[in-house]
Design a protein around this ligand. Structure first.
Ligand code: COA
Length: 182
């Protein structure tokens, strides 16, 4: 996991803001071919507002991964479907924006999100549901130390089809990806 720590020093994680709407929607539009059929991101002002409101209701933490120096948004990470006692769990969603693919920024951003979830959000368990053909996402969660717990047939409806998903998870007591302090 050496390079994850390396790239963590280049990115920051912060909540997505109303002021991000224009750049977020542009990046999502430009990355649509990459994201289909794995994830659907907001594509209109209205869906972006709904997306923001999930964080406000406390059922999700919607965040963007940004370059530390330039501030450019390179990707998004969400902790969705937060369930409190007795589960203390959330479901991770993540996507890179096209110009920034394959540089390690997302492994770094997701590792920051894991630490945020287990410290500031006080969660115990994070899940990632990934289609078996989604090789890049499977590599990412393996790299960060998630364990595969099974396969759920027809688990999530994406673009009108119920799709099988591998069930991956990491819990607070497992070995977590290293993040430099400070
Ligand atoms: C999954 C996804 C976020 C991964 O994005 P990514 O940019 O490949 O991820 P990272 O930022 O961690 O980059 C890792 C890759 O960069 C490479 N890399 C190149 N230079 C690097 C550097 N300096 N440091 C680290 N990694 C580097 C790594 O080798 C690795 O390549 P590999 O996956 O072929 O082994 C992206 O494919 C995506 O958005 N997919 C569509 C959305 C999606 O599927 N979301 C998940 C739904 S469950």
């Amino acid at each position: 996991m050496g390079y994850v720590t390396d790239c963590v020093s280049q990115v920051v994680l912060r909540p997505v803001l109303a002021a991000d709407e224009r750049s977020f929607l542009r990046l999502a539009r430009e990355s649509r071919d990459l994201h289909d059929p794995w994830v659907r991101l907001p594509s209109t002002s209205k869906s972006f507002a709904t997306y923001l409101s999930r964080s406000e209701r406390g059922v999700a933490a919607c965040m963007v991964v940004c370059l530390k120096n330039q501030g450019d948004i390179v990707g998004m990470v969400n902790v969705n479907g937060i369930v409190r006692d007795p589960y203390q769990r959330g479901i991770l969603g993540f996507a890179v924006f096209l110009p920034y693919i394959g540089r390690g920024y997302m492994s770094a951003g997701v590792s920051l999100a894991i630490h945020h979830a287990f410290t500031n959000l006080d969660l115990h368990r994070l899940e990632a549901d990934i289609q078996p053909q989604n090789a890049a996402s499977l590599r990412l969660v393996r790299r960060l130390g998630f364990r595969k717990e099974g396969l759920s047939p027809g688990f999530i409806k994406i673009a009108g089809c119920w799709r099988d998903h591998e069930r991956w998870a990491i819990t607070k007591d497992m070995e977590l990806p290293a993040v430099p302090q400070g």
